[in-house]
Design a protein around this ligand. Structure first.
Ligand SMILES: Cc1cc2nc3c(=O)[nH]c(=O)nc-3n(C[C@H](O)[C@H](O)[C@H](O)COP(=O)(O)OP(=O)(O)OC[C@H]3O[C@@H](n4cnc5c(N)ncnc54)[C@H](O)[C@@H]3O)c2cc1C
Length: 471
């Protein structure tokens, strides 16, 4: 065992709010904006100097579908829809209604990839910030939450580290949108990690963008090779046989962006490491950067259209697909997704399929091997951790099994969950009700009034009619 020392310190309470949101990825943005719009003094804490999480820092994109699996019904509306429309207005996104499956914007993939949202990460940074400020959210950037302050089972604040030193930030209710369940875990909430068989998690990927690609040549090649399971899969196979593709992936994940000649590359793969360990994250960054170098050489030599491509940028941090999944009042399962289980406390709908990148091999992705319904539901109870009071969790660390998480983890459902959690947190904080006991009918009613869609049985007129709650 490594040496340990005792470290005690009295810390200043630097800020107090009704609702404290930790992390500003899609879930945190949804939570903070919704909370402030519902009348709560809201503080959003983010470790980087800009907002967006994987939308920006991770260079992840496009936003996967916000529609039903068949591409017919737009399920994720509300704050997500507002953000997309605002980005589109400044030339920073294409609305998903205009983006069909199998096209270059969705990596030439058909299954589960109808109606994705291509967007520019700089537009996301700007629009996210403006939407938060307009809603009245107080921002605290460059601040990493490192610990939780509790009184018995009640979370009363967090310890934050920044250039200002160590400080306590307090919220009557805290929404953990760190994606890793950092606050929940430190507060003592139970959680699981990895798949049940061996605890391994989905691999990490360092996104990068390349410029100077001949878009038409890429499209023509892919169109002429429908036998490839993923774009360029047969070329990858040949290169691998010659030892020129040492990355455990069967194809290349590549997505055209809004800029001519610029593509996002989702192809590096780093396995068997944990995104909750600084040691593992360091190893992953080193390995990810080496793989980017290898892939650039491979692209230039082997891929039609990429002969003169150049590295534009790499993500600010390695992309982490999976870490802690909190144990909540309810755990969303693959069976729920397959059946489209209807929940009385539904707070978000989604249609993206199960997308598990192999923790050990070269396969995986949204293949349809594990079936999901056309539309499935996420209940409020998946955002309410067991054991710890005054805490909600939204986004990647919700209460779900390894398989179910692999579907709901993408950015549009994360934002919809965030909007639900932020609205619930505001309702709890401003009425003095524990989040576990808020009236869900009132939460659903507020969500509907604020543009969310909860399915036909909760239909509401666009002019603001009342919710028809489940019985
Ligand atoms: C490689 C990869 C490819 C993916 N591809 C797609 C795709 O194409 N389309 C899609 O829609 N989704 C995709 N996803 C999934 C999606 O990006 C994430 O699951 C989603 O962003 C989760 O949203 P979130 O808000 O929970 O977390 P995140 O987006 O990860 O945001 C978490 C935020 O919290 C901050 N934070 C974390 N810890 C702390 C702390 N302790 N203190 C303060 N701040 C903290 C982070 O800096 C970050 O801003 C992909 C994910 C990965 C990793």
């Amino acid at each position: 065992m490594s040496a340990r020392i005792e470290y005690r310190k009295e810390l200043p309470v630097a800020a107090e709010a009704d609702v404290l949101v930790v992390g500003s990825g899609p879930a945190g943005l949804g939570a903070a904006i919704a909370s402030a719009r519902n009348g709560a003094r809201t503080l959003l804490v983010e470790r980087y100097g800009f907002l967006g999480g994987n939308l920006t820092a991770g260079l992840v994109g496009p936003c996967m579908t916000s529609y039903s699996l068949d591409g017919r019904t737009q399920l994720i509306r509300g704050i997500f829809e507002e953000m997309v429309l605002r980005m589109e207005r400044i030339g920073g996104a294409i609305h998903p209604s205009k983006v069909a499956a199998s096209t270059e914007y969705c990596g030439f993939i058909t299954y589960g990839h109808d109606k994705v949202t291509p967007f520019d990460p700089e537009a996301a940074k700007l629009v996210a910030m403006e939407m938060c400020l307009e809603a009245g959210v107080e921002l605290r950037l460059h601040t990493l939450v490192v610990d939780a302050v509790t009184s018995g089972d009640v979370l009363t604040g967090v310890v934050a580290a920044s250039k200002s030193g160590l400080e306590v930030l307090r919220g009557t209710v805290t929404v953990d949108c760190s994606a890793d369940g950092d606050v929940a875990a430190r507060a003592g909430a139970p959680f699981e990690m990895g798949r049940p068989s061996d605890g391994l998690m989905q691999p990490m990927t360092l996104f990068f963008r390349v410029a100077n690609v001949d878009d038409e040549r890429v499209k023509a090649y892919v169109a002429a090779h429908p036998e490839d399971y993923r774009p360029f899969a047969s070329i990858v196979q040949q290169a691998r046989a010659r030892g020129e593709f040492p990355i455990p992936r069967r194809g290349v994940g590549l997505y055209r962006t809004l800029e001519p000649g610029v593509w996002r590359i989702n192809t590096t793969r780093i396995q068997r490491l944990a995104g909750t360990s600084a040691h593992d994250l360091t190893q992953a960054e080193i390995e990810g950067r080496r793989q980017v170098k290898t892939l650039l050489a491979f692209f230039r030599k082997w891929l039609p259209g990429f002969e003169r491509c150049e590295l534009l940028d790499t993500a600010a941090q390695i992309g982490v697909r999976e870490t802690r999944r909190i144990a909540g009042e309810y755990t969303l399962t693959l069976e729920d997704l397959a059946r489209g289980t209807e929940f009385d406390d539904v707070v978000a709908l989604a249609g993206y399929p199960v997308d598990i990148h192999s923790p050990t091999g070269d396969g995986g992705g949204a293949t349809g091997e594990l079936e999901t319904a056309n539309i499935y539901e996420i209940p409020y109870r998946c955002l309410v951790p067991l054991k710890v009071e005054q805490l909600l969790v939204a986004g990647r660390s919700l209460s779900a099994t390894h398989e179910a998480l692999a579907a709901v983890r993408v950015m549009p459902p994360a934002m919809a969950m965030g909007q639900a959690a932020g609205t619930a947190a505001a309702l709890a904080a401003t009425t003095g009700t524990p989040p576990r006991r808020i009236p869900v009918v009132e939460l659903q009613s507020r969500l509907l009034r604020q543009g969310a869609y909860l399915g036909e049985r909760h239909a509401v007129s666009r002019t603001g009619g009342r919710a028809a709650p489940a019985t």
